[in-house]
Design a protein around this ligand. Sequence first.
Ligand code: AP5
Length: 190
Amino acid sequence: MSATRIVLLGPPGAGKGTQAAILVGELGIPHVSTGDMLRAAVKAKTPVGLRAKAVMDAGELVSDDIVIGIAEERLSEKDAQAGFLLDGFPRTLAQAEALEGLLAKLDQALDCCLALVVDNEAVVRRLLGRAEIEGRADDNESTIRERMRVYDAETAPLIEFYRSRDRLVEVSGMGNIEEVGKRVRQALDA
Ligand code: AP5
């Protein structure tokens, strides 16, 4: 696989975190998940965590200034200079523009945006399944549906953003984890 600077895009429950965990092991690049970083901040009750908690619990987006700040800080670290896999960032056009600006400043460029395409009802079932095991505060049916509405309104436009820049690779996220992983690898090899 030649791509080392990758954005993983897809609705809640599409399998971004699952595929990212597999890919970063194979590619030797850091997994940068803004959702994981924000949940860690909430748990640690940092100022960012205290501001983000209610927004996340409601399934809304944390403000661009906060998220762009934590993403920029993470991508400026030494281990991200040779590549990274972004999971859950960018999620708005403002975040996508900020990422382009940051990479230009670092003299880097994104290799691709890998978008997982899924059936909404199937991923609601996946997330309700995870709720039973992990009990994430935003994994209840009404919040899952709100997260999907927010995805359609705020994040789905990034598909065209990356398509127009010739960076978009779309892969079906349906089927089991191994089947999706195989498709992801093929798409990154192509
Ligand atoms: P975030 O943590 O990014 O959540 P999300 O996008 O809703 O994604 P999920 O983690 O729910 O799903 P996923 O696609 O990673 O799927 P996963 O692999 O886990 O964000 C949470 C919140 O933080 C946001 O709502 C927002 O408030 C805030 N936030 C984060 N980033 C932000 C940003 N940039 N700007 C503003 N706010 C931000 O899989 C889900 C389940 O399905 C798992 O149980 C898994 O085992 C299972 N599964 C995975 N693949 C398969 C498969 N192929 N078949 C069957 N089951 C599968």
